[in-house]
Design a protein around this ligand. Structure first.
Ligand code: NAD
Length: 283
C-alpha cells in the first residue's frame, strides 16, 4: 500500500499565518494578544514544550509570558497565580504546564483558570461545555488531531473511529470532537479486552497512549487512517510515537512523529489565544 504522510507542518504553518494576521491587527489596535504559561516543574520535556510554544508565539506576534514558580511551588501558590492571571486584562490565554509538584491536582487547579482564557481546555468547565456541545476551547492537542484530519481532507461523518487512550487532555476530548463531527466512536483504554478487534476495523484510528510500538500490523487494515499522538523520548534524544514503524506501508495514511500532531498543537494554542483576545476586544 502507498501510505500517505499526514504531516502537521503544513497545517501548522497555515494556522500560524492566520494567527499572525490577527495578532498584527490586535497589536495595531493596542491590545497585543498575550499568552501566560504557568510552570512548576524542572521536567526536561516540559521545558522543551514551553520553549517551542515561546518560539511559535514569537514567530506569530503573540506575546508569551512564562511564569516559573519553581518545582517546589505549593498548590496554593499555583492557584493564586492562575487566579491573578485570570484577572489581568492584558492576559488573554493561560496554560498550566504538567507535571505538577506532589500534592497539586491538575483539574482542581485548572478550575482557577477563567473559562474565557482557558485556551488549552484545562478547566473542567470547558470539558463539560465541550461535552454539552457548547462553545469552549478544546484541549489544543485534541483540536490538533481534528485539524490534521481536516487539512488532509479525511471525511468523518458516519465513519467508524477508534480512539486509544481516555485521558482528560487527549483521548476523551478527541472522542467528543469526533462525535461532534458525526463519527461513530469507540474509546479504548488499558482495560480493553481485545484492542486489535476494536481498532482493526476502524476507518480512522487515533492513538494517544504513550507506549512505543503499541499499535502494530494486527491493529490496522489497508484502508486505516492513523493519527499517532504519542510522543515517547528515545535514549538518543529523539522522539517516537505509539505506532510501530512497520505499520507504515500497510495503511492508507499515517501522521509522522515528530512533525505530526505536535506542531499543530502549539499553533492552535496561539489561535485560541488570539480568538480570546478578539472576543475580549469585541472583535
Ligand atoms: P495518559 O498517560 O494520561 O493516558 C494514557 C491512556 O492510555 C490512558 O487512558 C490508558 O487507559 C491508555 N492505555 C495505557 N496502556 C494502554 C494499553 N496497553 N492499551 C490501550 N490503552 C492503554 O497520557 P496522555 O496525557 O493522554 O498522553 C498520551 C500520549 O500523547 C503520550 O505519549 C503523550 O506524551 C502524548 N501527548 C502528545 C501531545 C502532542 O502535542 N503531540 C500532547 C499531549 C500528549
Amino acid at each position: 500500500v502507498e501510505t500517505a504522510v499526514l504531516d502537521g507542518t503544513g497545517p501548522a504553518r497555515a494556522i500560524r499565518a492566520e494567527v499572525a494576521a490577527a495578532a498584527a491587527e490586535l497589536a495595531a489596535a493596542g491590545v497585543p494578544a498575550r499568552l501566560a504559561v504557568v510552570v512548576a516543574t524542572d521536567d526536561e520535556s516540559s521545558a522543551w514544550y514551553v520553549r517551542s510554544i515561546a518560539k511559535a508565539a514569537a514567530k506569530s506576534g503573540v506575546e508569551c509570558e512564562v511564569v516559573d514558580l519553581g518545582a517546589d511551588a505549593s498548590a496554593e501558590r499555583i492557584r493564586e497565580e492562575l487566579a491573578a492571571l485570570s484577572g489581568e486584562p492584558e492576559v488573554h490565554g493561560i496554560i498550566l504546564q504538567t507535571p505538577l509538584p506532589p500534592g497539586a491536582d491538575f483539574e482542581e487547579l485548572a478550575s482557577s483558570i477563567a473559562p474565557d482564557k482557558d485556551v488549552d481546555g484545562a478547566n473542567p468547565l470547558s470539558a463539560g461545555r465541550l461535552a454539552a456541545g457548547l462553545p469552549a476551547f478544546p484541549p489544543a492537542t485534541a483540536a490538533a488531531v481534528l485539524a490534521v484530519l481536516d487539512h488532509h481532507g479525511v471525511p468523518l461523518a458516519g465513519r467508524d473511529c477508534a480512539v486509544v487512550g481516555r485521558s482528560t487532555v487527549v483521548g476523551k476530548p478527541v472522542a467528543q470532537l469526533l462525535l461532534g463531527r458525526d463519527a461513530t466512536v469507540t474509546i479504548c483504554h488499558r482495560h480493553t479486552a481485545d484492542l486489535a478487534a476494536r481498532t482493526r476495523t476502524a476507518d480512522v484510528l487515533v492513538v494517544a497512549v504513550g507506549r512505543p510500538g503499541l499499535i502494530a500490523e494486527q491493529h490496522v487494515h489497508r484502508g486505516s487512517v492513523v493519527v499517532d499522538v504519542g510522543t515517547n523520548p528515545t535514549p538518543d534524544g529523539g522522539l517516537v510515537g505509539d505506532v510501530d514503524p512497520a505499520v507504515a506501508g500497510r495503511v492508507a495514511a499515517l501522521t509522522p512523529v515528530p512533525g505530526g500532531v505536535g506542531p499543530v498543537t502549539t499553533a492552535l494554542l496561539l489561535r485560541h489565544t488570539v480568538r480570546a483576545a478578539l472576543a475580549e476586544s469585541g472583535g
